[in-house]
Design a protein. Structure first.
Lengths: 250, 203
């Protein structure tokens, strides 16, 4: 069981909260991971901005770096107007980043390795895009599906393709993050499992275990990169989709 | 692809699908005890039993994070970052303003200097002119007084000359009388001598 690479993704229910509409609600390890993620993000930002100094200290520099990074990404793809979505985009980036890093600690759950969590994140973005798009542009938002300069004859076909690509966005957005975190953690666990099972074979096994150990170390570094990269990709795509809500015409 | 998504929609669809969710409840406790024994337990991330709790906690925690970000953290961060940018821009503007001001002050200074120079020049010119005029006047005065003196002197000379010329006849008569007396031993009469002298001097 210790070597089961899937074990780490099990949702453990710590205590029940009761039933509602036939659904059971529990406080789970994934809920704990999300709560801890939010606590870390908020705690870090409060601490980092406590002094509000003109010349930033170390912690404040990191917070400002994150702010400038996300603000720059948002400005470059959605323009100055897109800054109205900054709290959402910054929340998403910090949440995914810290949740990914949180999962890198042994024995801690990776909330972003749960498809339902990543799907909820993606739906947060898509609902924001759709609701804001209709609020601001009314039915003009549907212009998103009718690219300008396309001959009338092929408009139905192009619109169908645009619609399908729009509807597949939440899926691709959530599956990308989920798949990366899941696959990374499984690979890590599999190689770590090799170390344990080979070492138990005796002296030769211990010598042979060096190779998967090296792999595990390398993969851990890679996973840290992936943890950041996936948070960044999610953020960039969010910014691009939010740009559609602001400017539906192509 | 849609099989990833359909469970979520089933959960979202609310009470209608609820009865379908309730029956497998015992299996859930079973999976908790030991999934290896069950064998049929779904791959954990696709276990729809666990979805409602996760969505609930996601909404709670992410909602909390978003609220804190919007109300509290982002304004704080942006006051720091944008405040610094604004302060830098303000300082630059102030520096620009001061520079323009100093340029203006330099301009006034240079203008004042040029004015002073021209006025000094004018004063010097006026002084020179005045001195020159005074010198000319003085010279003219001296010259006129000299001329007057010269004229006076010339008048005196003329007077003296005329007087001398008047005396010349008498002297010549005396001398002629003395010469005649010495040569002939006879004293000529005064009339003879006078007529003789005047006849000679008339020539």
């Amino acid at each position: 069981m210790a070597n089961d690479p899937i074990h780490q993704f099990h949702i453990q229910e710590y205590f029940p909260l009761g039933q509602f509409g036939g659904m059971e609600f529990h406080f789970t390890n994934s809920a704990f991971a999300m709560g801890a993620t939010v606590a870390i993000v908020v705690g870090f930002l409060v601490l980092a901005t406590a002094k509000r100094s003109l010349i930033p200290g170390r912690l404040q520099s990191v917070a400002e770096l994150a702010y400038e990074f996300v603000a720059g990404t948002l400005r470059s793809s959605a323009g100055k107007e897109g800054m109205r979505f900054f709290p959402l985009v910054f929340s998403l980036f910090m949440f995914i980043l810290v949740a990914n890093f949180f999962g890198m600690f042994p024995y801690f759950m990776t909330a972003t390795s749960q498809i339902i969590v990543t799907f909820a994140l993606a739906m947060t973005v898509m609902l924001t895009v759709v609701i804001y798009g209709f609020m601001r542009h009314g039915f003009g938002f549907l212009g998103l599906f009718v690219p300008s300069g396309v001959p009338m004859a092929v408009v139905p076909l192009v619109s169908a393709i645009e619609l399908i690509s729009f509807l597949s966005r939440p899926i691709s957005l959530s599956v990308r993050l989920f798949g990366n975190m899941l696959a990374g953690h499984i690979t890590l666990k599999v190689f770590a499992g090799f170390v344990a099972s080979m070492a138990s074979l005796g002296a030769i096994g211990i010598g042979g275990a060096i190779l998967p150990l090296a792999m595990t170390v390398g993969l851990t570094a890679l996973e840290f990169l992936v943890a950041f990269l996936q948070a960044y990709i999610f953020t960039v795509l969010t910014c691009m989709y939010l740009n559609d809500a602001l400017h539906p015409g192509h | 692809m849609t099989w990833f998504i359909s469970p979520a929609h089933a959960e979202d669809a609310a009470p209608a699908s609820a009865p379908a969710v309730v029956p497998p409840a015992p299996t859930e406790t079973h999976t908790e005890v030991g999934h290896e024994a069950g064998g049929k337990a779904p791959f954990p991330p696709f276990d729809t039993q666990k979805y409602p709790s996760q969505i609930l906690w996601y909404v709670v925690f992410f909602g909390l994070l978003y609220l804190l970000m919007k109300r509290f953290l982002v304004p704080r961060l942006s006051t720091i970052v944008e405040g610094r940018a604004a302060r830098i821009a303000g300082d630059m503007e102030e520096a620009q303003r001061l520079r323009v001001e100093s340029d203006k002050a330099l301009g006034t200074y240079e203008k004042a200097l040029a004015d002073a120079r021209t006025s000094a020049h004018a004063i010097a010119q006026a002084g020179t002119d005045e001195a020159k005029a005074a010198a000319v006047k003085q010279r003219a005065d001296i010259e006129s007084s000299l001329t007057a003196k010269l004229e006076e002197a010339e008048a005196r000379i003329g007077e003296i000359k005329a007087k001398a010329l008047g005396d010349v006849g008498a002297i010549a008569e005396d001398a002629a009388a003395a010469v005649v007396a010495a040569l002939s031993g006879q004293q000529p009469s005064a009339d003879e001598v006078a007529s003789a002298v005047s006849s000679v001097s008339a020539k």
